[in-house]
Design a binder for this molecule. Structure first.
Ligand code: KG4
Ligand code: ZN
Length: 348
């Protein structure tokens, strides 16, 4: 029996990087469960995500995380209407674990399978808030990506610009490492920056004021390394100021690039309903505040998903699956996992 759209319940599975996650989300936007098992400590001791360790950990825990998500939601697989599992982009070992598990459940239960794009999960996570309507301008800023997309109904994405070197989260992680902070560096660097003087160190703002909507962060990271080398033994006393100065530089660049992206959206004849930010870096308060001010200066409200939905999770995957189901989409069980998969095919 076909269920009404609001009554749909989708099981989401996310294993593209270093969190094993499963969630049950309903068509009426209620998140019945969202379990995120972070492999943080496993990778922290190596200073970054080790793909083989990640794949093994997903394999060890994926079944239990899914079981826990169903138990927490209080429903069995008989009440699930589809399985949505991330099949890309990401680390291939982990993707295979989530994709194969999702396909096996779909096959055994005769359920539709949706092979999900992780970036689409981030892109549509803001729609769990009923106020966010298409089309909107999205800044997706995570550990692996930093890009502006126009998000349209019907699963159409237009990429306006992207990073030409490091992603924003990657810049946070690498700089945190230089400052002797653990992995992932973003949250630790933000905590340190809260006690620092953002104006003490004059760091570069790559691409600031240049035309277009691209980003570059590698020069900023290099400048940080040079300042740290120059400080020598004084670096310890300066760590909070270094963190605050770095964060301010990133926020300045993001604000500038966002102004360009808003103009580029309108130049295409698209009037966005909102400025949306998603991905792990969206958890950063200074960056959120600057985005809110930049949006407001151009007549756009900032919409950011709650923190737990900004970093990797499976509720966003389940929700993106619901949006695809409503469009009548489903995938064949032989759809392959893919390490690279841009949302905008023209931007590949
Ligand atoms: O979206 P996400 O969980 O995973 C990816 O798909 O990459 O993003 C993780 C990234 C990491 O680089 C992490 O350092 C960064 O988001 N991040 C932050 C903050 N929280 C997480 N960066 C800056 N400030 C934060 N508060
Ligand atoms: Zn992500």
């Amino acid at each position: 029996m076909e269920r009404a759209p609001a009554d749909l319940a989708v099981l989401g599975i996310e294993t593209s990087c270093d969190e094993t996650a499963a969630a049950v989300v309903r068509g009426d936007r209620r998140i019945l469960s969202s379990i995120v098992l972070s492999q943080g400590d496993l990778h922290a001791i190596h200073g970054g995500v080790v793909p083989e360790i990640a794949a093994r950990a997903h394999l060890d825990h994926c079944d239990a995380v899914i079981r826990h998500a169903l138990d927490t939601a209080g429903i069995g697989l008989d009440r699930i209407d589809a399985i949505a599992a991330t099949i890309g982009p990401g680390l291939i070992g982990g993707l295979l674990v989530g994709a194969m598990t999702g396909k096996a459940i779909a096959l055994a239960r005769g359920l539709p399978f949706l092979g999900m794009n992780h970036l689409e999960g981030h892109a549509l996570s803001a729609r769990l808030d009923p106020g966010v309507a298409f089309p909107y301008l999205l800044l997706l800023a995570s550990g692996g990506h930093c890009q502006f997309l126009i998000v349209d109904a019907d699963g159409r994405y237009t990429r306006l610009g992207t990073t030409i070197d490091d992603a924003a989260g990657e810049a946070f992680d690498k700089t945190a490492k230089l400052l002797g902070l653990g992995y992932p560096g973003g949250p630790a660097l933000e905590r340190l920056a809260a006690r620092g003087d953002p104006q003490r160190f004059a760091l570069p703002r790559p691409l600031l004021g240049r035309p277009g909507c691209d980003f570059s962060f590698s020069g900023l990271k290099t400048a940080m390394r040079l300042v740290i080398d120059r400080l020598g033994e004084e670096v310890d006393a300066a760590r909070a100021d270094l963190a605050a100065s770095f964060q301010r530089a990133v926020a300045d660049v993001i604000a500038d690039r966002t102004t360009h992206a808003i103009a580029a959206t309108r130049a295409r004849g698209v009037e966005p309903t909102a400025l949306v930010v998603a991905g792990g870096v969206a958890a950063n308060t200074e960056i959120r505040d600057r985005l809110a001010a930049t949006g407001a200066a151009h007549g756009l409200a900032l919409r950011a998903p709650p923190l737990a939905l900004c970093t990797d999770n499976a509720a966003m995957i389940a929700w993106a699956g619901i949006e695809r189901l409503r469009r009548g989409e489903r995938d064949a069980l032989d759809i392959p996992a893919r390490p690279r998969w841009p949302l905008d095919p023209a931007a590949a």
